[in-house]
Design a binder for this molecule. Structure first.
Ligand code: COA
Length: 256
């Protein structure tokens, strides 16, 4: 795995230089996350694809002013893609990253041959208690969100890794991320997504319950669905093999 930077955006990649004969999965993390979240996918999918996981602006290795709309994040990702120009980009996002991926597929229908949406929804209204905790007690917020993010069956060591990433983000950046989610709503537009989309949901996801994936599956014309058991919102960390297998099967099924 290599850590690199392009156009002000930090990213990790499973292969450098990228292989022109393979598609490039562009992994986009959720609120308060970072490129590291996708380590198991970046390392585990290199046989099938180039893997590029980015730090959104303000996170990890990407410095920038706080952003609080999905549109602003989309603009930054498009600028990054323009600079890097990876072969056959496929956006793959979790939660806020999934909102960014949906918006990319809607706004740039000719740029992407497929999309992957994990633990996300077409609307991402946020519990008021999350904003209150960010405002009043950031340490309590990190504890609260970590509890909501993982299945009760998940090893505590995995949750600690997620917590560490979150604690490294500033309060202002995390607040902007959740505000971006809270404003996001493309429920009425999903029928316009014209490429195959893999939707991955998880049994114990409390932040974006499987009901949200049911809606994505019914509204996106070319949707495929994988539902993962014994995992929560951070399924790519909790059940990396099941997530990677679902992605491999999706790529193979569509000749990507
Ligand atoms: N896909 C499908 N259905 C959705 C949806 C989505 N993305 N988002 C909301 N809905 C449904 C809700 O389930 C609800 O259905 P119901 O009336 O049958 O119960 C309805 O649309 C209205 O929900 P919502 O707009 O979210 O408003 P609300 O005032 O009922 O609930 C919250 C607000 C915050 C309690 C709720 O959104 C929630 O529990 N969110 C998950 C927790 C969270 O904060 N997640 C963070 C996401 S980043």
């Amino acid at each position: 795995m290599e850590k690199r930077e392009s156009g002000g955006i930090g990213f990790i990649t499973g292969r450098w230089p990228l292989d022109a004969g393979k598609p490039t999965i562009v992994f986009i993390h959720g609120s308060g996350g970072g490129a590291h979240f996708w380590q198991a996918q970046v390392n585990g999918l290199t046989e099938k694809a180039n893997t590029v996981a980015i730090d959104l602006p303000g996170h990890g290795g990407s410095k920038s002013a706080v952003k609080d709309t999905v549109e602003a994040y989309v603009a930054a990702v498009v600028e990054f893609l323009d600079t890097l120009d990876p072969p056959g980009p496929i956006p793959c996002g979790l939660s806020l990253g999934g909102a960014i991926a949906q918006q990319l597929l809607l706004e740039y229908p000719d740029r992407f041959s497929a999309g992957i949406l994990i633990g996300t929804g077409a609307k991402l209204k946020v519990l008021p208690a999350i904003f209150e905790a960010i405002e009043n007690d950031f340490t309590a917020f990190v504890g609260m969100i970590s509890k909501l993010a993982a299945s009760e069956k998940t090893d505590r060591a995995v949750i600690r890794l997620f917590q560490d990433d979150l604690a490294r983000c500033s309060r202002a950046v995390v607040n902007g991320d959740f505000r971006a989610c809270n404003r996001f709503n493309v429920m009425a537009r999903l029928g316009k997504i014209s490429v195959p989309v893999l939707i991955i949901s998880a049994e114990d996801d409390k932040l974006t319950p499987p009901k949200y994936a049911d809606f994505l599956e019914s509204a996106i014309p070319q949707a495929a669905r994988t539902h993962i058991l014994d995992a929560g919102h951070i399924a790519p960390m909790e059940k990396p093999q099941a997530v990677n297998q679902a992605i491999i099967e999706f790529l193979e099924c569509h000749g990507l």
